[in-house]
Design a protein around this ligand. Structure first.
Ligand code: TXA
Ligand code: MG
Length: 319
C-alpha cells in the first residue's frame, strides 16, 4: 500500500481537519493518543481496515481497538453491563480499553473484530485525537502505529521510522504522556478479567471492580494480540540485569545511565512515559556500537511497573 510520500501534519485546526478528511476518504493516518501513537482508519470501512493490517503487517486474527468520542457512541456499538458503566464513568476518557459484547447493527467492518462477537472500545483523553474523532464523526480503528511485533511509537518520528511511505500522514502531537498502551479489561458483574496490563494501574481498577481475574496459563492468549514476542528491538534484551557488562547497552532504573535510563529518580510514571523511547534509542545504539545485547535493570512490579515489566518481558521473549 505504497502512498509514496507521508504528509506530516501539525496539531492545529488545519492539521486536525486534514487528518479527519483523510480518514473519511479511507486513508490511514498516525495520530497521537495519551498512551502511544495509533494508526487510525475509518472503523466502518473494510478498505481502511485492510490498509491498517497491510501497513503494519499485522495478522488478520488480531482485532483492532475502536476509538470513540463519547459514551453514547460506545453504547450504540456494544452492550455495557453495570461494571462497564462504572468503569466508564470513572476512567473514560483515559488509558482504559473495554472488551464488550457487540450490539446488532453496530456498523463496524468485520475486519475490526476479526470475526469475534466482542469489540474493544476506548475513549482516548488526548485532545488532538478527540478533536479528530469529533471532526470525523464516526468510530476510528487504531492499533499502535508500529510494524507488527516491533516497539510501539511514542513520537511522530517513531511512527515515520516504522511506517513512512506506507501511511498517508502522521499528525505530530509531541511525545505521548502515558507512554504504554491502554489497560484492557473484560468487565463482568461477576468478575472482571484483566486482558492486558497498561497505562491504568490494576490497583486503581480493583478499588472499583474488586480483584481482577487473570489467566496466566502459558500459551493461552487472552487478548489475541498478546503474542509473547513483541516490542522487539533488533538486539536481544536481557532483564533484571546488574548492568555490569560494558559491552552491552545498559538501561538503568532509579539511576543515571550507565548508557540510558528509564528514570533517574525511580518514578514509575516517568519510566512508563520513557519506556518505548528508551527502547528505540537502545535499539539504535546497539546497531551503532554493534553491541551483543540490551541489558535492563530490575523494575518494581507495582502500579505502572506491572505494564512496564509486561512490555519488557515481551521484548525479551524468544523470537
Ligand atoms: O493504548 C492503546 O490501546 C493503543 C492506542 C493507539 O489506543 N492501541 C493499541 O492497539 O494498543 P493494539 O492493536 O496494538 O492492541 C490492541 C489489543 C490487541 O492485543 C488485541 O488482540 C486486543 O486489543 N483486542 C482487540 N479486540 C479484542 C477483543 N474483541 N477481544 C480481546 N482482545 C481484543
Ligand atoms: Mg500494539
Amino acid at each position: 500500500m505504497a502512498h509514496g510520500k507521508t504528509e506530516i501534519l501539525m496539531p492545529d485546526d488545519a492539521g486536525v481537519a486534514r487528518a479527519a478528511r483523510l480518514v473519511a476518504d479511507g486513508q490511514i493516518v498516525g495520530l497521537p493518543t495519551e498512551t502511544v501513537y495509533g494508526l487510525a482508519g475509518d472503523a466502518t470501512s473494510d478498505l481502511a481496515c485492510a490498509r491498517i493490517f497491510q501497513a503494519k503487517g499485522r495478522p488478520r486474527f488480531n482485532p483492532l481497538i475502536v476509538h470513540l468520542p463519547t459514551l453514547e457512541a460506545a453504547e450504540r456499538i456494544a452492550d455495557l453491563n453495570a461494571t462497564a458503566r462504572a468503569l466508564a464513568a470513572t476512567f473514560w476518557p483515559g488509558p482504559l480499553t473495554m472488551v464488550l459484547p457487540l450490539r446488532t447493527g453496530h456498523g463496524l467492518s468485520p475486519l475490526v473484530t476479526a470475526g469475534l462477537d466482542s469489540v474493544a472500545l476506548r475513549l482516548p483523553a488526548h485532545p488532538v485525537m478527540r478533536a479528530v474523532l469529533q471532526a470525523f464523526g464516526g468510530p476510528i480503528a487504531a492499533p499502535s502505529a508500529n510494524p507488527s511485533g516491533r516497539i510501539s511509537p511514542t513520537t511522530a518520528a517513531h511512527v515515520l521510522a516504522g511506517l513512512e511511505g506506507r501511511i498517508a500522514a502522521v499528525l505530530d502531537g509531541g511525545p505521548c504522556g502515558v507512554g504504554v498502551e491502554s489497560t484492557i479489561l473484560a468487565p463482568s458483574d461477576t468478575g472482571t478479567r484483566l486482558l492486558r496490563e497498561g497505562g491504568l494501574p490494576r490497583e486503581a481498577v480493583e478499588g472499583l471492580t474488586g480483584p481482577l481475574v487473570t489467566d496466566t496459563t502459558p500459551g493461552k492468549v487472552q487478548a489475541p494480540g498478546q503474542l509473547s514476542s513483541h516490542y522487539a528491538p533488533g538486539a536481544p534484551v536481557v532483564l533484571n540485569s546488574d548492568l555490569s557488562d560494558p559491552k552491552t547497552i545498559r538501561v538503568g532504573f532509579a539511576q543515571d545511565g550507565p548508557d540510558l535510563t528509564l528514570t533517574a529518580s525511580g518514578d514509575l510514571t516517568e519510566a512508563a512515559a520513557n519506556l518505548f523511547r528508551v527502547l528505540h534509542e537502545a535499539d539504535r545504539l546497539a546497531t551503532e556500537r554493534n553491541a551483543p545485547a540490551i541489558h535492563v535493570a530490575p523494575i518494581p512490579g507495582t502500579g505502572l511497573g506491572r505494564a512496564i515489566n509486561d512490555r519488557l518481558s515481551r521484548a525479551a521473549a524468544p523470537r
